[in-house]
Design a protein around this ligand. Structure first.
Ligand SMILES: [Zn+2]
Ligand SMILES: [Zn+2]
Length: 341
């Protein structure tokens, strides 16, 4: 089969590799749709010790397709079933798993290989994080389950409720998914981005009120003005930039919640106004990854048309064009690229 194989930072190769055979408990999925992700761009540039501990490996981690083969001992799944899998599975045994926080599992098993015609799913992933789909659900939509579940975790951590004001900083695909999920909870959502065709595209999708951060010299004042002078009930950073984390803290109102969704570069810090943190009872929260429960709920929202993320796909390309697709992502020329192996 054809596959895009990651050999190390900057080294992605178009190769022919054997079609995987499922071992006991495993499933092999025919990939019908894979999506590019900002994480791919970062990983290709500098590697990723957590998501990709061993090379070479087939690259890519957002995918959906049909079950091509089932290993011994797998129950309830059949060849031909449409399915989507997350890119990781928790161990269910560590302290954090037992505490009900499997997204923080100390032994998360990561799976890569979306950019190939077939992908082998290890037994733990099959048991924890493989969800079958209605045959009518387009694979391109189902492939959003993983990033959507991450966005749902962020919104859940924020405790977003009907009628609250929610500011999402960052107009990349995850900023947009966060805005969609908060909107589905009937919050008033303001999405902050930077001028350009991507922001125009996001505006045209009508998923939130949009503010152009490059059109103001005091974004925080504008956000406070837009929220009745009080500041937002919830602010969420989806940029992974420390200066934007600081804006998220500055733009939240009394009693508000700030979610640090975007991961920043190692070694960076932000400072917190101690007076505000204390007297205004600010809640500052991290949000990382997803859980098996949220993967299932993400599939439900996608299949119920509650979340319709296809507008975030700005290009469709073939398996041989993954490198080009990731360059488009890196240069801000794509939101998400759909790869159809
Ligand atoms: Zn991703
Ligand atoms: Zn665990």
């Amino acid at each position: 089969m054809r596959a895009q194989v990651f050999h190390g930072p900057g080294d992605l190769r178009d190769e022919t590799v054997p079609v995987p055979d499922p071992g006991p408990g495993e499933v092999v999925l025919r990939v019908d749709a894979a999506l590019t992700c900002g994480t791919d761009v970062k990983t290709l540039r500098r590697g990723h010790p957590v998501m990709i501990p061993h090379v070479p490996t087939v690259f890519g981690h957002e995918f959906a397709g049909r079950i091509a083969a089932v290993g011994a001992g797998v129950r309830g799944l059949r060849e031909g079933d449409h399915a989507v899998a997350a890119n990781s599975a928790p161990c269910r045994r560590c302290a954090l798993c037992r505490a009900g926080r499997p997204n923080l599992c100390e032994d998360l098993l990561f799976v890569n290989g979306a950019y190939g015609e077939f992908i082998a799913l290890p037994a733990r992933l099959v048991a924890e994080n493989l969800v079958t789909l209605d045959a009518a659900t387009p694979a391109a939509r189902a492939a959003f389950a993983e990033p959507l579940a991450c966005a749902m975790l962020g919104v859940e951590r924020a405790g977003v409720e009907h009628g609250q004001s929610v500011v999402v900083l960052g107009h990349g695909p995850l900023g947009c998914l966060l805005a969609m999920v908060a909107g589905a909870r009937r919050a008033r959502v303001i999405l902050v981005g930077k001028r350009g065709w991507r922001l125009d595209r996001v505006r045209s999708l009508g998923i939130a009120e949009v503010i152009d951060a490059t059109a103001t010299d005091d974004l925080v004042a504008d956000l406070r003005a837009a929220t009745g002078g009080r500041g937002a009930d919830v602010t969420i950073d989806a940029t992974g930039r420390p200066e934007v984390w600081a804006q998220a803290i500055d733009a939240v109102g009394r009693g508000g919640r700030v979610v640090f969704f975007g991961g920043c570069a190692p070694g960076t810090t932000v400072s917190v106004d101690t007076r505000r943190a204390h007297y205004e009872e600010l809640t500052l929260l991290g949000a990382f990854h997803h859980t098996p429960e949220l993967i299932r709920r993400a599939v439900e929202l996608l299949e119920a048309n509650t979340i319709e993320p296809e507008g975030l796909i700005t290009r469709r390309m073939g398996l041989g064009e993954v490198r080009e697709a990731l360059e488009l992502m890196a240069n801000g020329q794509a939101l998400k690229v759909l790869i159809e192996p």
